[in-house]
Design a protein around this ligand. Structure first.
Ligand code: C2E
Ligand code: CA
Ligand code: CA
Length: 943
């Protein structure tokens, strides 16, 4: 079999020209065209069906279109067959004719459905082939319906061509129809489809030739030609009706869609919050909504054709941002971003823009949608928030407190710089996410932080904080060099914020202040407050254990003198040395404190008396050991003694106050009693203290009440035996107590200051009385050290001499060393003032003071009075005799006469005479008496 050739072509041409009636062909084309046109017009509806019922709609449109096309093709076929002049046709098989219609309709429906569903090139080609095959099946079934008295012979080449050639028309037809928007496209598709039907028909018909025969091909029901014509008329009517119906459906759907689109377009166009526009392929504005006007300032006319880049700032344009957005949309389908958008008037606003690619049904890019929103306010708020966050970050970073945030799983969320510094953790080893126990155990906390304990304490504190809802501060006390104040505050959703503050320095200064508050600055010994606390504790403990507690009051003897003689630095050195010794000697259960000045106190718990004795011996040892002079200073070592008073709990009292008071009383007793450095409290001591106070009170009124009087004791020259003068000695006749000795009340008067008026009274009285004496004897008046400190002393003496009329040469003032060593310069000045008046000055009680031999040469004394204690001991003590001899030698060398006090016996007198003493005073010569004229007579004291 040869291929398709010119013969076949001629065969087809002749079939059209010779075997068909032209008017029937035209009619067939009309019927076919009408049906195909309607079918094609339904295809875009099927394609553009949307929504949930999309499948159903598509199926509906395809069934309807297939029905139209099938009917149209079938009608066209039979109309041409009616005009087909084969010369043989006798009738038509009813079944085959009907089958032909059914095949045509179903084939078309299936093919169109397939075309709508798969719109790729291959899909479309397959659909075209299916459609062609369906129509061909219809055609050949229709041919098979012919009742002819002949044998049919087929040219298979043309049969194949009849199926394949229409494909070439149907393929573009479907392509156009599926995306047809305008009637012209529908029309074009219709022409192509109709042509395909005709090509199929003519080629298929030309493929057939008849070989005359008498054998009829079919025996079934036969339809005559006239009936077929009637059928076709009915079919045409059906086509018209269905067509009209389809048309209506199509119009309605179209209208509905257009309304929807119009409404949607109105919505988009009317939206003013968002600038929504369509960009064409070259990114120029193609559609523009109201938002575009209100946001960017262009109305629709102005905006049309503007390049997308126009809405960007110059900088963004230079940086290529518009092109980048388009490129990104191309690549990802969508591009989002924020940029500074430029309005028509040149002003700017922050915009959030979305550029989305727009494609047609075939995925071909047709442009872009651009949706822009003004986010200036949001941006401003964001910026403000960011700035605030920045500030907060800065604040957190610069806090002196370490701050960190842990989440509910104990994971570190945040930590500031101080946190790392305080814990001494390198920042890179403790990033967010590190757990609390990792922090503790991975060695971040150095060993001194004791990880396990620390971790435990932190967890407990967090639990407490969470339970209570508060954030109590507590201390992590690692060592003296590290104390942290820690506070945890739970945060919503679990987790907590912890702060750490290094309070080591604060702690140290607190400790220092606490130490200072409880210790003496000079010696470092506990002070009064600390001593009292300790004593209270001891008393309480003693009460429980049955132990006794001794309180020891310690007062240094003659400390004041040391201070005055050697200076305060030496005094301080002495106190410090004693304190150092106390600290060294102190044992458990003992305390020694400095209460002030040269006053110390000690306390001890003991059970046996020997323990207390040992303690006291140790304290005395500390005090009496000489304090050597400073290394580089060749000065003499300092020697000091002390008076100790002891009160024992419970027998002498059970409270701190009474014990201290009683120890003091015992100490005063020790001080007052010569040769007794330690005294225990005895009942009655407090009695004597009370008496002392009473005495001081009484003394104040003594002069006014006339209870005071003066006695005079004679002073004789040992060389000539003549009377040299009298010493005035004060007497107090107390109305209740009787005679009170001056040794008892003078110290009280000195303490209370009463000595000033008292001393003035004595001086005036002595001068006045001496003025009345018959002889010219001197009167010696004792001057207390306190009086000597009075600035107007010289004036007072001058005034009394003037007042009484006693010549200055008859007055002698007796002062002790203590009066001059306080302020030697002032003392010297004062002495000169007194002597300038002609009054003489004697130094009293010489030899008992600390510095006698040192100070004497620098003061212009007129007489040295050796203290009576030396004379009283002179017969028994060689030392006393040596001192007397030394003083006499001193007097001779300084050319100052020496008077010996306390001569009671002839023997004493002989010794003094032998040693060359100048003057003497004592009971041997006469006791203090009322008046010199009555010396040795009735008024003599005690005698
Ligand atoms: P004083 O100045 O050393 O006075 C001498 C004291 O020795 C007197 O004691 C006197 O009675 C006593 N006395 C005299 N001869 C003997 C003797 O042979 N044997 C003994 N054992 N004692 C003798 P008095 O009067 O009791 O005075 C004691 C102290 O009171 C005085 O010591 C003096 O320091 C002070 N005093 C007395 N009157 C006054 C006064 O008017 N003003 C001041 N500031 N002090 C006075
Ligand atoms: Ca005297
Ligand atoms: Ca004396």
């Amino acid at each position: 079999m040869s291929g398709l050739g010119a013969t076949h072509f001629l065969q087809v041409i002749s079939c059209v020209r010779d075997q068909h009636r032209p008017e029937m062909v035209l009619l067939a084309m009309l019927a076919c065209g009408l049906a195909a046109g309607k079918a094609m017009s339904l295809m875009p509806l099927a394609v553009s069906a949307r929504g949930a019922t999309r499948r159903r709609q598509q199926r509906g449109w395809c069934l309807l279109a297939g029905l139209m096309l099938g009917f149209g093709g079938w009608a066209a076929h039979f109309i041409t067959i009616l005009g087909y002049d084969s010369g043989y046709v006798a009738g038509y098989s009813l079944t085959m004719t009907a089958a032909s219609l059914a095949v045509g309709v179903v084939g078309s429906q299936v093919a169109l459905w397939f075309a709508v569903r798969s719109r790729s090139l291959v899909g479309r080609a397959s659909a075209a082939l299916m459609l062609s095959a369906g129509l061909a099946a219809m055609h050949y079934t229709g041919m098979a319906a012919l009742r002819v008295p002949a044998l049919l012979r087929w040219d298979w080449h043309l049969v194949a061509a009849s199926v394949l050639l229409p494909v070439m028309l149907l393929h573009p037809a479907l392509y156009i129809a599926l995306r047809a928007r305008r009637n012209l496209q529908v029309f074009a598709a219709t022409v192509l489809v109709s042509s395909a039907v005709l090509v199929l028909h003519f080629t298929g018909t030309a493929a057939l030739s008849f070989i005359p025969s008498h054998i009829s091909s079919d025996r079934g029901i036969s339809v005559p030609q006239e009936a077929l014509a009637a059928w076709l008329s009915v079919a045409s009517l059906v086509i018209m009706t269905v067509s009209a119906f389809a048309h209506q459906l199509r119009e309605r759907s179209h209208a509905a869609r257009q309304l929807g689109e119009r409404q949607f377009s109105m919505l988009v166009k009317g939206t003013s919050d968002y600038a929504i526009c369509m960009l064409d392929r070259s990114a120029r504005v193609a559609q523009w909504n109201a938002g575009g006007l209100s946001l960017i300032g262009y109305d629709e006319d102005e905006a049309m054709g503007l390049p997308f880049a126009r809405f960007f700032t110059d900088e963004d344009r230079a940086a290529g941002r518009p092109a980048l957005a388009i490129a990104e949309a191309e690549a990802n389908g969508i591009a989002k971003g924020q940029w500074l958008c430029v309005r028509r008037d040149g002003s700017h606003f922050w915009a959030h823009g979305t550029v989305e690619i727009l494609c047609d049904e075939d995925g071909v890019v047709i442009g872009y949608s651009l949706i822009t929103r003004d986010i200036t306010e949001i941006k401003r708020a964001q910026d403000a928030l960011a700035a605030k966050t920045d500030q907060m970050d800065t604040a957190l970073e610069h806090m002196s407190q370490g701050l960190c945030l842990f989440d509910a799983e104990e994971r570190l969320v945040f930590a500031n710089r101080a946190f790392y510094a305080i814990w001494n953790i390198p920042e890179d080893r403790c990033q967010p996410g590190t757990t609390l126990s990792q922090l503790a155990y991975a060695g971040f906390f150095s060993t001194e932080y004791r990880p396990a304990e620390t971790l435990d304490m932190i967890r407990k504190s967090v639990a407490r904080a969470q339970a209570s809802g508060g954030n109590p501060t507590w201390n992590l006390d690692f060592s003296e060099d590290l104390v942290l104040a820690v506070s945890e505050r739970p945060v919503p959703g679990g987790g907590w914020i912890a702060t750490f503050e290094d309070i080591t320095r604060q702690r140290r200064s607190e400790a220092k202040i606490a130490h200072m508050a409880m210790h003496d600055a000079l010696t470092g010994l506990p002070n009064r407050a600390r001593f009292y606390l300790g004593l209270d504790e001891m008393i309480a403990q003693g009460a429980q254990t049955g132990e006794k507690v001794a309180v020891v009051a310690i007062d240094l003897d003659r400390f004041k003198e040391i201070n005055d003689t050697f200076g305060h630095a030496s005094g301080d050195r002495l106190l410090r040395t004693l304190a150092e010794r106390f600290i060294l000697t102190r044992r458990d259960g003992e305390s020694i404190a400095r209460l002030g000045g040269d006053e110390f106190a000690a306390a001890v718990r003991f059970t046996r008396r020997s323990e207390l004795n040992d303690f006291i011996a140790r304290i005395q040892g500390c005090i009496t050991a000489p304090v050597p002079a400073p290394f580089d200073d060749g000065g003499q070592p300092l020697l000091v003694g002390a008076s100790l008073g002891i009160a024992v709990c419970p027998q002498h009292g059970t409270t701190r106050e009474t014990l201290l008071n009683n120890a003091d009383l015992a100490m005063y007793r020790a001080k007052a009693t010569l040769g007794e450095a330690v005294c225990f409290f005895e009942a009655g001591m407090d009695e004597s203290a009370r008496e002392r106070r009473q005495l001081a009170n009484d003394l104040r009124q003594a002069a006014a009440r006339g209870e005071l009087s003066l006695l005079y004791q004679p002073q004789r020259s040992l060389r000539t035996g003549t009377l040299a003068g009298y010493e005035a000695l004060l007497r107090w006749h107390h109305p209740r107590r009787g005679l009170v000795p001056p040794d008892e009340f003078i110290p009280i008067a000195e303490e209370t200051g009463e000595i000033i008026p008292l001393g003035e009274w004595v001086l005036r009285q002595a001068c006045a009385e001496a003025r009345t004496w018959p002889g010219e004897e001197k009167v010696a008046v004792n001057l207390s050290a306190v009086q000597f400190l009075q600035p107007d002393l010289v004036e007072m003496v001058r005034a009394i001499l003037l007042e009484t009329g006693l010549p200055a040469r008859r007055l002698e003032l007796e002062i002790t060393e203590t009066a001059i060593i306080h302020d030697k310069l002032r003392a010297l000045h004062c002495l000169r003032g007194i002597k300038a008046m002609g009054v003489s000055v004697a130094i009293d009680d010489f030899g008992t003071g600390y510095s006698s031999l040192n100070t004497l040469p620098s003061f212009p004394f007129d007489k040295i009075k050796i203290d009576k204690s030396f004379l009283l001991k002179s017969e028994a003590s060689a030392q006393a005799r040596a001192i007397i001899r030394a003083v006499l030698a001193l007097g001779r060398s300084l050319d100052i006469p020496v008077l010996a006090e306390g001569i009671e016996t002839e023997g004493q007198l002989r010794v003094l005479e032998a040693e060359g003493c100048d003057e003497g005073q004592g009971y041997y010569f006469g006791r203090p008496a009322r008046a010199p004229s009555l010396e040795g007579a009735e008024a003599a004291e005690g005698g």
